[in-house]
Design a protein around this ligand. Sequence first.
Ligand code: ATP
Length: 572
Amino acid sequence: MELVRILLSRSKPYTGYVIAVLLLQALSTAATLYLPSLNAKIIDRGVAQVDIDYIWRTGGIMLIVAFVQVLAAIAAIWFGSRTAMGLGRDLRSDIFRRVTRYSAEDMNNFGTATLITRGTNDVQQIQMVYMMMLNFMVTAPIMSIGGVIMAIREDAGMSWLVAVSVIVLLAAISLIIVRLMPLFRAWQGKLDVMNGTLREQIAGIRVVRAFTREEHEAERFRTANRDLTELSLKVGQLFILMFPIITVILNVATGAVLWFGGHRVDEGLVEVGSLTAFLQYLLQILAAVMMGTFMAMILPRAVICARRITDVLEHEPSITEPDQPRTPERSEGVVEFDNVSFQYAGAEAPVLHDVSFTATSGTTTALIGATGSGKTTALSLVPRLYLPTKGRVLLDGTDIAEMKRGDVVKRVGLVPQKPYLFSGTVASNLRLGAPEATDEELWNALRVAQADFVEDLDMHIAQGGTNVSGGQRQRLSIARMLVARPLVYLFDDSFSALDVLTDAAVRSGMREYTAEATTIIVAQRVSSIVDADQILVMDAGRVVARGTHEELLESSETYREIVESQKTSEVA
Ligand SMILES: Nc1ncnc2c1ncn2[C@@H]1O[C@H](COP(=O)(O)OP(=O)(O)OP(=O)(O)O)[C@@H](O)[C@H]1O
């Protein structure tokens, strides 16, 4: 079972701590078990025979035992917490490390939201169960078995009372738990729905406002929220029921012990002190039973979480490092697509079919075509975000599948369609690919990328770059790539948020960077690519025409249509 595997394998670094917890808990429980029998002695010998000296002495021992019990319990919890928290930290960092090795395809398959939940909430569940296990694992068995032995030693004649109380308590708690479990499972589902709704609404708040859908969305959220609340109330009601029921059982058990015990004291079968001790042992046994049932209640959830975490940790990234990596002998940045086809995992048909072209250094290759024709997909094969399902992508003559990821990334820079900025400053974002870049280099890249809104390199950038506009984000991410100075520059529709004049200014400024490099541009606007050395016209995943702007105007009907459609829209 995954939970056992996770706990056993990951406890290894904390073996010393785990042993300490177990020993300390054993000590603390033994002390707890010892106390009632000392109490019995004080009553039966000290009080009954008015032996003040004996009362003092045994009372002193009780004090020391109680002190040891408290100290051992505190220390056990301290070691237990450190172990459980340490295990949680290790798990989280392993999940993080594994996820950073995932390819784009793996990320698509899992989904960001669930990976976050698994790395936070699920780990927390495991931590909690582990912490309880460490503390109950020793306490509950010792307390229940030891309690039974000690109780029988005090008065064997009433042991049937222990059996009856345990059975009644178990039956009552089980009845409640059986009704709670499905509610718990449903609750997890409802929580997911509410989180999902909330996430979607916050992320899409602008669209909601733009289409004045606030009322509709509020209603959707209200429903999700109400479902969760109703279920939580049901869970709460059962929980509330649990406490009075347990209290009643404990009190009835106490009453029964006093009733039957009282008669036995009358008959001289047992002494008062032993009766008191018996009562305390009975309560301890019932407490141990409650611990056990509580564990049984939270265990299934942890089992599910462990399974979800194991799925992440054992998922082999779909793109792995080659066993014998090859490094290209040249460093020119020549990109070659050799009969490349590509199909997304789970998709019904390929989105690229037999794409072949070569982009050499010092030249610009442009991809143009209808929405969904596969331009972005083709571009994302260059930095090895995906591997082709057929054919090869070569970088300086070497298949990128055979290169180390680091070697590919060093040579290739991509400005994605939706650029992402990290929380920090302009400088920290620009230095992402070149940590040693000087301020001067940053300013130069900003100037070329027309990011003239930046007045200070320490300007704050919010998570995701949400405190700058879409166009500004694009300029910053262009600057970020310029700073890294790769051999291959990939622009995925990176100029779309720029106006025509800025677009032209950026492209002409970039020549000082890209003169020797290979540039591949995906563009919607023909004006962005008229100067390109070769233009590939894509349609439904195929390259249907290639050539310069002039050549294509002559030869390609599709290209002419694209040019015409843009002229019409410009006039309009
Ligand atoms: N992660 C994915 N999983 C499955 N199919 C995908 C995925 N991403 C894109 N596709 C599909 O692949 C096809 C090509 O998409 P791609 O993004 O490469 O097109 P594009 O030419 O760049 O479009 P646009 O100009 O709109 O950016 C589309 O039909 C799209 O539905």
